[in-house]
Write a protein that binds this ligand. Structure first.
Ligand SMILES: [Zn+2]
Length: 306
């Protein structure tokens, strides 16, 4: 199907008390692994492209990969910009066909975050594209953050209400205790804070840094307004571990496809697990869409020769 926007997808998740996984992709195998899982799980899915992915693959190439995967899929797929750094980057992504944007001004002063977010929202809405914003700051584990710093950076409910009203953003990333790029799932979210925010804000809320959060805490957060959960580090881990194993098992092989096939499968299985955990599996019942151009891909090594 053609790409869809995140607007209705996240509204439906909020009302249905489940969350849509937003999975980061940097290369073809990751894109395919994610979309394959969505198709098999009958789940809506958001593929998101970070600044690093854009630097790695190029903006148009990254967008084209996701569009191609979506075109063959019979479940709805969103192409989302993850942590858009500035106004110009959002404009470029709008032009490249993204169906969901993000401006992350969380490290900027409050008024500056509001002003730029509102500008992005204005141009995006002209084109019917929704915008995620961030208030409070989800920190990076690579910066060696302390617990006190994580607490200091959390979203303030009063500010969040004012922020949403003044910017018109469609969804809001909140800082409630998670940290980006954690390799172990050990953080607990501040559910009380989330409840406070939820009471005064009715748009879908977004959880970043989920790879470092206990799964029980994620599930609880979904019951209190988290409708989009970003997953990145965990997918990179699965991809790379599978690659190491495949190379170790067959060091003489020089055909990269025979290794990357395992990475694609590993990504798919993590995504499948998360879709079931988030409750998005099974939400898409028979779209009736049949791709006119789809050619089945080989998923086994035996089908790769030549
Ligand atoms: Zn993030």
């Amino acid at each position: 199907m053609p790409l869809v926007t995140s607007q209705e997808m996240l509204r439906a998740a909020l009302e249905g008390r489940y969350a849509v996984g937003a999975f980061n992709a940097n290369n073809m195998e990751q894109v395919q692994g994610i979309v394959d899982a969505a198709v098999e799980e009958r789940s809506p899915v958001i593929l998101q492209v970070s600044q690093g992915a854009i630097r790695y693959a190029g903006l148009d190439f990254a967008a084209a990969m996701v569009k191609s995967a979506a075109a063959e899929a019979d479940v709805p797929v969103v192409l989302h910009l993850d942590h858009g750094t500035d106004f110009d980057q959002n404009v470029r992504c709008l032009r490249a066909g993204f169906t969901s944007l993000m401006f992350d001004g969380s490290k900027k002063p409050f008024e500056e975050n509001i002003a730029t977010t509102a500008r992005v929202v204005h141009i995006a809405h002209v084109c019917g594209i929704p915008v995620e914003a961030e208030l409070g700051c989800v920190l990076q584990s690579t910066d060696g953050v302390t617990e006190a710093e994580v607490c200091d950076a959390m979203t303030q409910p009063g500010e969040a209400k004012e922020f949403v009203e003044r910017t018109g953003c469609d969804s809001l990333a909140v800082a409630i205790g998670s940290v980006h790029a954690m390799r172990e799932a050990e953080a607990e979210l501040n559910i009380e804070l989330l409840k406070e925010i939820r009471q005064i804000i009715d748009i879908p809320l977004v959880l970043h840094g989920s790879s470092g959060v206990k799964e029980s805490s994620e599930v609880e957060a979904i019951q209190h307004g988290i409708a989009k959960i970003n997953v990145a580090t965990m997918l990179n881990q699965a991809f790379t571990v599978a690659l190491h194993k495949a190379i170790a098992a067959d060091p003489e092989n020089v055909d990269p496809r025979k290794f990357l096939l395992h990475s694609r499968e590993a990504v798919k299985e993590v995504v499948r697990h998360k879709m079931r955990l988030f409750g998005s599996s099974g939400k898409i019942t028979g779209s009736g869409y049949v791709s006119p151009t789809k050619v089945e891909r080989s998923v086994k090594i035996g089908g790769l020769e030549a």
